[in-house]
Design a protein around this ligand. Sequence first.
Ligand SMILES: [Cu+2]
Length: 131
Amino acid sequence: MSLRDRLRCALLSLALASAAAALPAAAQRLAADVDCKPTKHDLVYDCRFVLKEAKTGKPVSGAELAVGADMPSMPMAHNVKPVKAKPGAAPGEYDARIELEMFGEWALKLNVRGPARDVIVKKFSAREPVR
Ligand SMILES: [Cu+2]
């Protein structure tokens, strides 16, 4: 690596670091557990999401959660409209019915807004039921 490349690299990482520092104070890392159960309709799943603070594991209630879905192997091929999740019974729980377009590997995109905000991507594999 030439000196110039090294310099460019250092500048780039500096720029990235300051971009990260510019995030609003309310931004915090969230984590999510996802449990999706098939319904009697193919490709329709009842999903339960548990949102929590990544650092402490504390459940995050009172957030607005919208769940979208995409297939990483088929960029731009799908257009699943994000659905709003409803708060569940326990703290940090949210429920949403997800309707996918084909079986295979999906990435669920959890868009969290409200008191806590983050975007969490979770893999989900939609398996064809054995009949
Ligand atoms: Cu696909």
